[in-house]
Design a protein around this ligand. Sequence first.
Ligand code: MN
Length: 133
Amino acid sequence: MPKILLVEDNEMNRDMLSRRLEREIVLAVDGQSGVEMAGTHAPDLVLMDMSLPILDGWEATRRLKADDATRHIPVIALTAHAMSSDREKALEAGCDDYDTKPIELPRLLEKIAALLPPSIAALLPPSEEKPHE
Ligand code: MN
C-alpha cells in the first residue's frame, strides 16, 4: 500500500481525506511535525496543506526538499486559494504538484498516481470512487 503523509491542521479535512483515501495514512497537524514525520515514516508521498501552524506548508516543503533524506518524496500542495500566485509559490518551494480545496478525490488521485512509481500507483483506489456527501 502507498503510504501517504497528510499534513493538515483542519480536522474535518483530515477525517475526510483519510477516510476516502483508505490508504496507509500518516497524519501530522502542523508543519513542524510534518517535516519530522516525513523523516521518521518515509512516506511515498506527502499531501501538504499550505496554511499550517508553527511552520506553514511552504516552509515545511522547503525543509523537506533541502534534506537529502526526504527530498525525493513527492509533495502535493493543498490550498484553499485558487490564486495562481499561490501555485507559483508552492512550486517555488519545491512542491511537485498543486491542488485546490475543496478536494475532488478523482482529480487528486490522478495527481497522486502521476507522482508515484507505477507499481505503487497501481495500489491506489479507483479514481471514479465518489464521495459519500
Ligand atoms: Mn490549514
